[in-house]
Write a protein that binds this ligand. Structure first.
Ligand SMILES: Nc1ncnc2c1ncn2[C@@H]1O[C@H](COP(=O)(O)OP(=O)(O)OP(=O)(O)O)[C@@H](O)[C@H]1O
Ligand SMILES: [Mg+2]
Length: 404
């Protein structure tokens, strides 16, 4: 189970919105997800349709009782398909005082112990933290290996986050394990020059720490919260749903232990491979595969051309000879390559998959030549050590042409 803490001491920057909607998007992709509401305000609990006032047992018992950690599986409430919430309540605000006499070592390890009791019940636990770095947030950082810091695209937000990153680094040192921290720009209003400039500064400042995905302002996110559902359950085509779907792809693709690893090293040079996706309605088309760690458009040169009403997204990839898996992300949704005729639909774990294969036949920038799967080269393969999307990927072979 990947445990991800969503942390920022600044209020209102989108922590809860991110916990709930990233959870919804990961769950829709077939992951089993638990949202751990570690904020006494209980906003995540509410945004997932549970009323904190009517819940008998919440995380307070898990923290306060000596046998509490073992109670976590019992307090989890279903909040949708593949999605549960460990609820909070205002009573959590009394925990700091209640546990004050316990040694730091034990009172900060409660959540980690509790999550351990879940075994392999979930693929992801997303912890929504309160806007402070107190006992509960410390518990979250101890339990997690990854941290997402939602960052409102505004000047003051950037100013405060440096301090937070220093605090996290300090805590990680005390905890004794590494934390992979990433910044998520939120509440972005691309219509204003100010927001565009600020986003540029955030990217410049945090570079690779910053997600490619940006969460745009979208009123549907507020509406979904008030209806107690993740946005993808109530407004699938809203920008907010697209943005969190894209974030889910990026998160799923960037597990700390996922790395591109050549099975057979090859000193041959990489070559340009050009693929094209045609559509009249799509507004955003990206390509993700094991060649770019499943991060949409990472390391890819992208051009948009027009052919009458139809827009053509041209993706230029640099690939060493090998076998690759890829898919398109069209307005936040996974799609097979419609121009790859070798697609085969089948069912794995109830989900539709398709497999295709092709080889490049020349050095030049040309569309890949499609060959039957049996023509795949057995040698020169690359693969993701643990491919995040084995069931939804197309397979693509790029092969050194004869005589080169
Ligand atoms: N991308 C967005 N577009 C529009 N509204 C948003 C967006 N993200 C968050 N909001 C709204 O902004 C408010 C604050 O968001 P949220 O509750 O997620 O922040 P938070 O960091 O969890 O706040 P707190 O620190 O109080 O827990 C909420 O009303 C939420 O619906
Ligand atoms: Mg919140």
């Amino acid at each position: 189970m990947r445990v991800i803490a969503i942390v920022n001491q600044k209020g209102g920057c989108g922590k809860t919105t991110t916990a709930v909607n990233l959870a919804g998007a990961l769950a829709a992709d077939g992951n089993r997800v638990l949202v751990v509401d570690l904020d006494p305000q209980a906003h995540a609990t509410l945004a997932l349709g549970a009323d904190p006032e009517r819940i008998d047992e919440n995380l307070y018992e898990v923290f306060a009782d000596p046998d509490g950690p073992g109670r976590l599986p019992r307090i989890c409430i279903p909040a949708g398909s593949n999605l549960d919430v460990a609820p909070s309540g205002i009573v959590l605000s009394a925990l700091e005082q209640k546990l004050a006499s316990e040694p730091v070592e034990t009172r900060t390890a409660r959540l980690a112990q509790a999550l351990d009791t879940l075994g392999d019940r979930y693929d992801f636990a997303l912890i929504d933290c309160a806007p402070n770095v107190g006992l509960l947030t410390f518990n979250a950082l101890r339990a997690a290996r990854e941290v997402i810091v939602p960052l409102e695209t505004s000047f003051f937000a950037i100013h405060g986050v440096q301090k937070l990153l220093e605090t996290i680094a300090l805590l990680a040192e005390r905890i004794g394990h590494e934390l992979q921290v990433r910044i998520l720009p939120t509440l972005y209003d691309g219509r204003t020059r100010y927001a565009r400039q600020t986003l540029g500064e955030i990217r410049e400042m945090f570079k690779d720490l910053c997600f490619d995905t940006v969460i745009r302002q979208n009123v549907k996110l507020r509406e979904a919260a008030s209806r107690g559902r993740p946005i993808n359950a109530v407004a699938r085509s809203a920008n907010g749903a697209h943005d969190y779907a894209a974030l889910a792809i990026e998160v799923a693709a960037s597990a700390p232990d996922v790395a591109l690893q050549p099975l057979v090293t090859d000193d041959s040079p990489s070559r340009e491979v050009v693929v094209r996706f045609r559509d009249t309605r799509a507004t955003d088309v990206r390509i993700a595969g094991d060649f770019n760690g499943w991060v949409p458009d990472k390391g890819v040169r992208s051009l948009i051309e027009a052919e009458g009403e139809t827009r053509i997204w041209t993706k230029i990839l640099h690939l060493a000879p090998g076998r690759y898996q890829y898919r398109y992300v069209v307005d936040g949704e996974w799609r097979e390559d419609p121009d790859n005729p070798d697609g085969v639909a089948s069912q794995v774990g109830g989900r539709k998959i398709s497999k295709t294969s092709c080889t490049t036949s020349s050095r030049s920038r040309s569309a890949p030549r499609i060959l039957p799967a049996s023509a795949r080269p057995a040698r020169r393969r690359w693969r993701c050590r643990s491919s995040p999307f084995p069931s939804r990927a197309a397979t693509w072979c790029a092969r050194r042409s004869h005589g080169t």
